[in-house]
Design a protein around this ligand. Structure first.
Ligand code: 13P
Length: 256
């Protein structure tokens, strides 16, 4: 399967100057390598999306949103419609990120609505799941993951499932520099694949990319992605440094 190297820029790039500097440095780093086996995706703040699409889409980078509201249009002050993202050139949206679950009460049920609207609007949802440190300590990882998948993907038809992307992001590894071992990642990946094959046909389950996210760096990419056989990564902090992000992409792309 093609690999997915996805950057979640979160709430960064605060000025036009900073944004423009990022884009020019990303573009010039991009010219130094080819990624024949991977899709490179960046999810900037929505305010920057149009510019990112304009500058990077032609260079083969796809753009996504970090969040959407689960309605097409209307009186939802402050929210972004999935159709807006689509019409402004976005192809993906992150859904259910642990920071949204934590600060905005985004439950599995809310994530489910967003996934449905994203698919209905022609966006590919990148559905984030993962356990807290406490849940792992109490041996609840598998139950948490199963619940997040079953509730978050409820009612998503087999025919739509090939548009899904799953990102396993253990919450204790997000923004911390702690990473699970390769075996720990692989165990969860096997569980996710098993649940997907219960929800969908086995062929379809095989086609859904399962990514790893949480403190991915060039020095951890082999351990958290390549060795456990993940289909790519969702990168936070390192995606803010184009040379580092593309170094990660190179390691994963060339490790086929
Ligand atoms: P870090 O790579 O900064 O740990 O963030 C991971 C993440 O939340 C990506 O969505």
């Amino acid at each position: 399967m093609e690999k997915y190297i996805i950057g979640n820029l979160k709430m960064n790039l605060l000025t036009q100057a900073e944004r423009n500097h990022y884009l020019s440095s990303f573009s010039s780093e991009l010219k130094k390598s080819k990624f024949p086996n991977s899709k490179i995706v960046l999810c900037p703040p929505c305010l920057h999306m149009e510019k990112f699409v304009g500058i990077l889409q032609g260079a083969g980078v796809e753009i996504g949103a970090q969040n959407i509201f689960p309605e097409e249009r209307g009186s939802f002050t402050g929210e972004i419609s999935p159709l807006m993202v689509k019409n402004f050139g976005g192809k993906y949206t992150i859904v259910g990120h642990s920071e949204r679950r934590r600060y905005f009460d985004e439950t599995n049920a809310v994530a489910n609505e967003k996934i449905k609207l994203a698919l209905g609007s022609g966006l590919r949802p990148i559905y984030c799941i993962g356990e807290t440190e406490d849940e792992r300590r109490r041996d609840l990882t598998f139950d948490v993951i199963a619940g997040q998948l079953e509730e978050g993907l409820a009612g998503i038809a087999n025919t739509q499932a090939d548009k899904l992307v799953i990102a396993y992001e253990p919450i204790w590894a997000v923004g911390t520099d702690a990473v699970p071992t390769s075996d720990e990642v692989m165990e969860v990946k096997i569980l996710i694949r098993k649940i997907l094959s219960e929800l969908y046909s086995p062929e379809m389950a095989e086609r859904i990319p399962i990514l790893y996210g949480g403190s991915v760096k060039s020095r951890t990419a082999l351990e958290v992605c390549v060795e456990p056989g993940m289909d790519g990564v969702l990168v936070g902090r390192e995606s803010l440094i184009p040379i580092e992000f593309l170094k990660i992409a190179n390691i994963i792309d060339k490790a086929q």
